[in-house]
Write a protein that binds this ligand. Structure first.
Ligand code: PRP
Length: 213
């Protein structure tokens, strides 16, 4: 990448691919970062923006905090859902107030959980486990990687714990919401060591983003 800029002055940011991505790019642009058109239509996984001393790595949303915890990305944009599920050793610096959604318990309408072995399918096993434990209910968690709404329809589980954004997926699959667990927005996270070493660049990023959230 660099045009004579030492790597220590370049900030690496892990960005979540998928639904958060566009909103995150828009926010960075609003904050005055000049991001090339590559951001709008590319399959690249690393995008360097030397003019801004930034390097972006494009990761699966669930993996953003992992890259930041391990220090291969200094900062990242991650959903609160991922942070709750993964409990990574990172600092949360700013609520970016984008990609609003929530985690909820859902299932087929007018159904009760099985008394003997209630089963809950989810992409968020830790969040689901903790939630039902707090409710005093012992459940079997079934971990899936997507299309969670399928589980109650085909009899794999009594309930699901999943993200609700517009509610369309649930509606179109005949599911209803039973309980709302927690609201979710995207957060700016940082690696604790990077925060000490690259404090000036990170403070600038936070200040610029703070001005537009
Ligand atoms: C998420 C989530 C729901 C859906 C909710 O899935 O798991 O299925 O979005 O959005 P809605 O309320 O606007 O319909 P995603 O699209 O990320 O894909 P996945 O099934 O692979 O998890």
């Amino acid at each position: 990448m660099n045009r004579g800029v030492p790597m220590s002055e370049i900030l690496t940011m892990a960005m979540p691919k998928g639904r958060i991505f566009e909103e995150a790019v828009e926010l960075l642009r609003k904050a005055g970062y000049s991001l090339p058109p590559e951001f709008d239509d590319s399959r690249k996984l690393i995008i360097d923006v030397p003019e801004e001393n930034l390097r972006f790595i494009l990761a699966k949303p669930m993996d953003v905090a992992t890259y930041v915890e391990h220090g291969v990305a200094d900062v990242g944009i991650a959903g609160k859902d991922v942070l709750l599920e993964e409990e990574r050793d990172v600092y949360e610096l700013l609520d970016l107030k984008i990609s609003h959604c929530y985690l909820a318990v859902a299932g087929l309408p007018d159904t009760k959980m099985n008394d003997v072995t209630p089963r809950v399918a989810t992409k968020y096993p830790n969040v689901a486990e903790a939630y039902f434990r707090e409710q005093g209910e012992q459940v079997e968690i079934i971990k899936l990687n997507g299309s969670i709404e399928l589980a109650p329809i085909i009899g794999l589980s009594d309930r699901i714990v999943d993200i609700v954004s517009t509610g369309r997926t649930m509606r179109e699959n005949g599911l209803v919401e039973y309980e709302r667990i927690v609201d979710v927005t995207s957060r700016l996270i940082v690696n604790p060591v990077s925060y000490r070493i690259k404090d000036e660049q990170i403070d600038e990023l936070v200040t610029r983003l703070y001005g537009v959230v």
